[in-house]
Ligand binder design. Structure first.
Ligand SMILES: Cc1ncc(COP(=O)(O)O)c(C=O)c1O
Length: 446
């Protein structure tokens, strides 16, 4: 009661009530990093100070911020029809955007199931994989295989197959029947590699060990990111994903590629599957699909997976899964406008063309004090700084603060690793500007 009476929720703009996600709340609230407006490559603080967006916000705004066609599409749709139910009813835009996304997907991935975030996409993909085996009469296939250091969002499915210790250890026993492949990072073998490291394809063979332990008849699916982003940018070793695909094929295990951050151009293709020449069974996506403007996520599945469900009485629901806001009208029009921009401005090809220049720019930081490794693939970069003894993450945090307050740049930090992933519209001059700022920051956080 006393708590309720003293709660300070009536104070306008009090920072207290908002419990921020994945944030050091006390540190943030003592020195907030607030943005109030955005356009193209920049945010602007409430005072109007520009902040160069070196992170596409959260790997989202691939087409840049507040692009006119996306803004206009959302405004028009909001005035026309705010919401439509997604169970048993729908609206034309949902089908249009599904067709557009399916057309970008590799191979015979031709059906799209919508949700609202990457976490929902991952849990949806895991559920579809389990249910698929079930409807085909292979209900013993219940095990899910993830990978150490993997990030598949924060749902119970995602954290179970994920491999980020802090995202798992506080939350009980998670899903049962989950196993993990080893992560693919080895600094001794891979340090300062541009693109996919030569070393590490053999780590996919660990799936053979897992199959030998549990038997293929108990394994439903493997889920991995083509480039492990949230753990600090770990590009897939050369040949790794192809090898994983081959082993999955050998044992009838579904391969789920989590493309929540690699989808829509980050690695120079609509989906990273194309870069690696593989056809996964399911692809998860979110973020870039609307260039971050409205929440949307989804799962693209192969024709055979979808078709396996299309049996039984026609008036009956085929998959008992979905979200109230699946294919929300505002998300659908934002996605259509974003996909138009990606196409009209050739933004995926642009990312590919910029990749060598970007890689050279980031590798120029090699040799700066405390830089232990740099990784890069597509328009991504992970820069490992040495941790201070007994203060893991402090140097990274200070780099982020200094970036925002002193240098006017936004990037992500994971512990003491800086992650840079700009919108795909970044200019060559802005790439130069990003790394000038980052160089000054690295030198300063001694
Ligand atoms: C590979 C991957 N999967 C899933 C997610 C979760 O997405 P969301 O935060 O939209 O739930 C993320 C978020 O960064 C991600 O990087």
């Amino acid at each position: 009661m006393a708590v309720a009476q003293t709660a300070s929720t009536t104070v306008p703009n009090d920072l207290e009530a908002h419990w921020m996600p994945f944030t050091a709340n006390r540190a943030f609230k003592s020195r907030p990093r607030l943005v109030a407006r955005a356009k193209d490559m920049h945010y602007y603080t409430p005072e109007g100070r520009p902040i160069l967006d070196g992170a596409a916000a959260l790997w989202c705004t691939n087409a840049g911020h507040n692009r006119e066609p996306i803004v206009a599409a959302i405004q028009k749709q909001a005035a026309e029809m705010d919401f439509a139910p997604s169970f048993q009813f729908s609206h034309p835009r949902a089908f249009e955007v599904a067709s557009r996304i399916a057309a970008l997907a590799p191979g015979d991935l031709d059906h799209v199931f919508f949700c609202n975030s990457g976490s929902e996409a991952c849990d949806t993909a895991l559920k579809i994989a389990l249910a698929y085996h079930n409807v085909r009469g292979e209900g013993t296939r219940t095990r899910l295989i993830g990978r150490e250091r993997g990030y598949h969002g924060v749902g119970f499915g995602g954290i179970s197959v994920g491999g980020i210790v802090n995202n798992r250890k506080f939350f009980g026993s998670l899903l049962t029947g989950v196993d993990h492949l080893p992560h693919t990072y080895n600094r001794e073998q891979q340090a300062f590699t541009k693109g996919e490291p030569e070393w590490g394809a053999h780590l996919a063979d660990d799936l053979e060990r897992i199959v030998a332990l549990h038997d293929a008849s108990t394994i439903a699916a493997v889920i991995v990111e083509p480039m492990a982003g949230s753990t600090g940018v770990l590009p897939a070793p050369k040949g790794y994903l192809q090898r994983l695909r081959a082993i999955c094929d050998k044992y009838g295990i579904l391969l789920i590629l989590d493309e929540v951050i690699t989808g829509f151009g980050r690695l120079g293709h609509a989906f990273a599957a194309e870069r690696y020449g593989i056809v996964p069974d399911l692809i998860t996506f979110a973020k870039g699909v609307t260039s971050g403007a409205v929440p949307m996520g989804g799962v693209i599945v192969r024709k055979g997976i979808h078709d396996a469900f299309m049996k039984g009485p026609e008036h009956m629901v085929e998959l008992f899964h979905g979200y109230t806001y699946s294919a929300h009208p505002l998300a659908c029009v934002a996605a259509l406008a974003a996909l138009d921009l990606y196409r009209d401005e050739n933004l995926f090809a642009r990312a590919k063309k910029l990749e060598p220049l970007w890689a050279d720019a980031v590798m120029s930081l090699k040799g700066l004090p405390r830089v232990l490794d740099i990784r890069t693939v597509g328009l991504t970069a992970g820069i490992d700084l040495a941790s201070r003894p007994d203060a893991y993450g402090k140097r990274g945090y200070e780099a982020m603060e200094r970036g925002f307050h002193d240098e006017g740049i936004m990037f992500r930090v994971v512990g003491d690793t800086l992650a840079l992933t700009p919108p795909l519209i970044v200019s060559e001059a802005q790439i130069g500007e990003i790394f000038e700022k980052v160089t000054r920051i690295i030198k300063a956080v001694n």
